[in-house]
Write a protein of this length. Structure first.
Length: 220
């Protein structure tokens, strides 16, 4: 981080520097009042309130204003589109106008993402008419930020559970009887001490074949 006390330093941010300066000023002012310069608690509170107001103003200047117009959601727009009654002239006219608006807002972004607005409308209609009542699984979560001309694909909205979770059943382990019937575990074998002594006295060495478990002797 750049030293906020050095003017014109590369990498310094004037807005951030004002926050740091206000914070240091607040701390130093309170410390001076708590020392020999302390007069009363009300004077200390008044001083702190003034310095905090300056610090708050500096912090607020770095926070961008939130847009007053919310993002336009493709899912919400299609839900509204498919709710119009196409059997009436008014409903048909409103549907046509709404479809034109959706095409203008999302058509280019959907085409760039390899999607078709007509196909999404068909999928959304199927989802709603199928009694699901929710097209979130059929339509991606595209949103058009306020003041932007490019819609952005976002992750699906987090859903809140409305039912209790289903308990997970513990897995049942079954013994493989066919395998156990044909499998014979290797049994460790060893040469007795007597056989080893007899082989040693006759000038032979005794060993065990680890693969067959059979003892062998070798003449020295």
């Amino acid at each position: 981080m750049a030293d906020f006390k050095t003017a014109g330093l590369c990498g310094a941010n004037p807005d951030f520097n004002s926050i740091m300066t206000a914070g240091v000023d607040l701390k130093d002012s309170i410390k001076s009042k708590l020392g020999a310069g302390f007069s009363s608690a009300s004077d200390l509170a008044s001083l702190a309130e003034s310095k905090i107001s300056t610090l708050t103003s500096s912090v607020s200047s770095m926070i961008p204003e939130l847009p007053e117009i919310p993002d336009i959601s493709l899912q919400a727009e299609l839900t509204e589109l498919l709710a119009f009654d196409l059997t009436t002239p008014t409903g048909l006219a409103t549907y046509t106008s709404k479809l034109s608006s959706i095409t203008s807002s999302f058509g280019g972004s959907l085409t760039g993402a390899g999607l078709s607005l007509d196909s999404l409308i068909s999928d959304a209609s199927s989802a709603l008419s199928g009694g699901v009542g929710d097209l979130c699984g059929a339509v991606p979560n595209f949103k058009l930020p306020s003041g932007s001309a490019e819609a952005i694909a976002q992750a699906g909205e987090v859903l809140q559970a409305t039912e209790e979770g289903v308990p997970e059943e513990q897995a049942t382990i079954f013994e493989n009887t066919d395998f156990n019937n044909v499998y014979t575990p290797n049994q460790p074998t060893s040469i007795s001490l007597q056989s080893a002594n007899e082989a040693s006295s006759s000038g032979q060495t005794a060993s065990t074949n680890t693969s067959t478990g059979l003892g062998t002797t070798t003449t020295i």
